[in-house]
Ligand binder design. Structure first.
Ligand code: ZN
Length: 451
């Protein structure tokens, strides 16, 4: 009986917009961001400085690791000096997180903290700690702001179909959770299309939240069946994959609504997205600080020059991401945006392209689907897929030192679930992975078959 009541309550809860569950902190963050996006750059900088100083003070009080880094930090420094000090702080990368996570993290064992692992688009699985409630609040408030650019209403119903690689219980095609309809992108096929579209059309979605590649597959299936997009759609909310202009154009032409893309990470140090006037990625100033560094580690300030995106979270204080190397590359867009916001914008984000595996039936499985958040991956430090022909790939893994015997079967099973039936995956243990000429380790390496 109790379980029955719990189930009912859970179902009712799904109908209440998430922002209400997260409490007043979520709306405060949303309103602050909305205001800050159009503030004077000096005001934004002062706010960020104050935020970062508070974080620095807290970290130096709580940890030896950060005390050493901040021991000369001048909290009252002028704007110029502050920037100089900031840019001389050490960089943090995924390998640091792997080798000394416990030293870097602060109060990791305290209540309300959870551990999270991520495969990451660069193929180096990392673990980190975050605050369960506060970090979700922040994330959702900022995402809501981005999506508000295409009609998403904070506190509104915003019926949306999610097509993002969810594996649904009982291998189901779709599952309704209040105002969200989760659909399985693994089931996107000619045979399933009528059933899937019946569910989607009767749900009357306003938004389609999807990987760009899944939206394209759905569009191709619908076009093949002589059907149009669901009626009443207001926008496609695309994320987790790069969105080349050509793909954006194809999607907008078919769905006849704007395609809205944002850029972010599981580590939550940077979040950026387009506005009503421009698709270039406006860096959200209350979320984090972004720098671009050239190959010699110098800060790039001008538009048009590509550099590695290095991000600093202004809130993460369990595992602080300070000058964190994301492994993605971007360049600043020129001039002010017609929307009037003075925040810096990234014109393009590279580094995630070509990151998909091709199945035998031609379906492309995006790298974001291979970005597994599983404890089993703690056994390895890096993973990489090498694909020479559709339907098969070599999964190279670098074992974490001192792990002992790898649970090969469990690792393979985890990925095979994502890749679908019939995909041939061979696991190889390596000392190091293949790297690109610019020393990047890609999650997916595609190459010609070798004789
Ligand atoms: Zn703008």
């Amino acid at each position: 009986m109790r379980q029955w009541i719990q189930e009912r309550l859970k179902r009712i809860a799904y109908y209440i917009p998430r922002e209400f569950w997260y409490g007043p902190g979520c709306s405060r963050q949303y309103l602050r961001l909305k205001r800050m996006m159009h503030e004077d750059p000096g005001v934004i900088h002062r706010w960020q400085r104050k935020r970062f100083n508070t974080l620095a003070r807290r970290l130096s009080r709580r940890s030896d690791y950060w005390r050493k880094i901040f021991h000369k930090w001048n909290h009252a420094a002028s704007s110029m000096e502050w920037r100089e000090q900031f840019e001389s702080l050490p960089l943090l990368d995924k390998r640091d997180l792997q080798s000394c996570l416990e030293e870097i993290s602060v109060d990791a064992g305290s209540p309300g903290t959870r551990y999270m692992t991520t495969g990451g688009s660069t193929g180096i699985p990392t673990g980190f700690y975050l605050r369960t409630i506060a970090d979700q609040q922040k994330e959702w408030a900022h995402i809501c702001y981005l999506w508000s650019q295409v009609g998403f209403r904070f506190g509104g119903l915003n019926r949306r179909v999610s097509l993002r690689g969810e594996i649904l219980p009982g291998n189901a095609l779709a599952l309704r959770k209040g105002h969200e309809l989760l659909c399985s992108s693994f089931h996107l096929s000619k045979e399933n299309l009528p059933r899937l579209m019946q569910v989607i059309r009767s749900f009357r979605p306003r938004f389609l939240h999807t990987f760009p590649s899944a939206a394209l597959r759905l569009a191709e299936l619908l076009a093949g069946a002589g059907e149009g997009p669901p009626r009443g759609l207001r926008a496609i909310l695309a994320s987790s994959e790069s969105l080349p202009d050509k793909l954006r154009y194809e999607l907008e032409r078919f769905y006849r609504v704007p395609v809205y893309a944002h850029y972010g990470h599981s580590e939550r140090a940077v979040l950026a997205g387009g506005c009503r006037h421009s698709p270039s990625y406006h860096i959200l100033p209350t979320y984090g600080l972004v720098e671009l560094l050239d190959e010699r580690g110098r800060v790039i300030r001008e538009a048009g020059r590509s550099g590695e995106i290095v991000a600093t979270s202004l809130t993460a204080d369990r595992t602080p991401f300070i000058r964190f190397r994301t492994g993605d590359f971007g360049e600043y867009d020129e001039g002010p945006c017609p929307c009037g916001s003075p925040v810096p914008r990234l014109k393009a984000v590279h580094g995630r392209q070509q990151e998909y595996l091709e199945r035998e039936d031609g379906v492309q499985v995006s790298a974001s689907l291979l970005n597994l958040h599983l404890d089993i991956l703690d056994q390895v430090t890096q993973v990489q897929f090498i694909q020479e022909r559709p339907g098969a790939a070599v999964l190279s893994v670098v074992p974490r030192p001192g792990t002992g015997r790898l649970d090969r079967k469990a690792i393979l099973r985890a990925y095979e679930e994502r890749l679908g039936k019939g995909f041939l995956l061979e696991l190889q243990v390596r000392d190091q992975l293949l790297r690109t000429r610019s020393d990047k380790t890609l999650l997916v390496v595609r190459r010609e078959p070798q004789e």
